[in-house]
Design a protein around this ligand. Structure first.
Ligand code: DX5
Ligand code: ZN
Length: 216
């Protein structure tokens, strides 16, 4: 089976020891750090922001994969670009001018991602696929770690992988929410390139072993 890259989400880490969380991710062999930014508006919780991202940036060369769950993503792009994000993803559901936001992220020298919640069809992304670097398919309703994967969302991963092939596009497909050993298999066979993992990673005693198991 194709191998996926692993992106542990620090939302599930011990917030009193974020530096250690980054060190644990680096030591595990995972490639990306997934940074879940919640504004208390697009989703109820408030998590963390650009300053923490900047403070963690000095600790690792791993890719920083910022997932903006915010109602006003256009207002946060400069701060997260300045904080050292590599990928900045925003929610289609929060964007009126999604194409403009993608352009802005790219002008800032970063990779642009678009995310969709479980109730948004993959076809809603059609006009953006030629422009985006990443599609982040939420497999839970955003807001909280530790939820069960809505496996029906993998159909959207299949549809996006097909559209990518047909269109000759180059975006990566990421899945986010409820990824464990079993759902990781399904995600990879559907066409996912990146697996976000919060609770499965941080609850694992042997983090290198869980990364190996998840990546296929
Ligand atoms: C949910 C976040 C996810 C979440 C993943 O709103 O976007 O990244 O933290 O956590 P698990 O893997 O525990 O579902
Ligand atoms: Zn996320």
């Amino acid at each position: 089976m194709r191998k996926a890259l692993i992106a542990p989400s620090i939302l599930s880490a011990d917030f009193s020891n974020m530096g250690k969380a980054i060190d644990d991710i680096a030591a595990s062999g995972a490639e990306w750090v997934h940074i879940d930014v919640m504004d208390g508006n697009f989703v109820p919780p408030i998590s963390f922001g650009a300053k923490m991202t900047a403070d963690l940036r000095g600790r690792t060369a791993l890719k920083f994969d910022v997932h903006l769950m915010t109602q006003t993503p256009q207002n946060q792009l400069d701060d997260f670009a300045g904080a050292g994000a590599d990928y900045i993803s925003f929610h289609l559901e929060a964007a009126v001018h999604a194409h403009r936001i993608i352009q802005k992220i790219r002008q800032l020298g970063k990779k642009a991602g678009v995310s969709i919640v479980p109730s948004t069809p993959a076809s809603a992304l059609d006009s953006l696929l030629p422009f985006t670097d990443l599609v982040l398919v939420m497999t839970v309703n955003p807001g909280y770690g530790g939820q069960s994967c809505i496996t029906e969302c993998f159909t959207k991963v299949e549809q996006l992988a097909r559209r990518r092939l047909e269109g000759g596009f180059e975006f990566l497909i990421s899945v986010d929410g409820g990824i464990n050993e079993s759902t990781a298999r399904q995600a990879i066979s559907a066409g996912a390139d990146i697996l976000v993992t919060g609770s499965t990673f941080f609850n694992a005693a042997d983090k290198a072993a869980i990364v190996q198991k998840l990546r296929g």
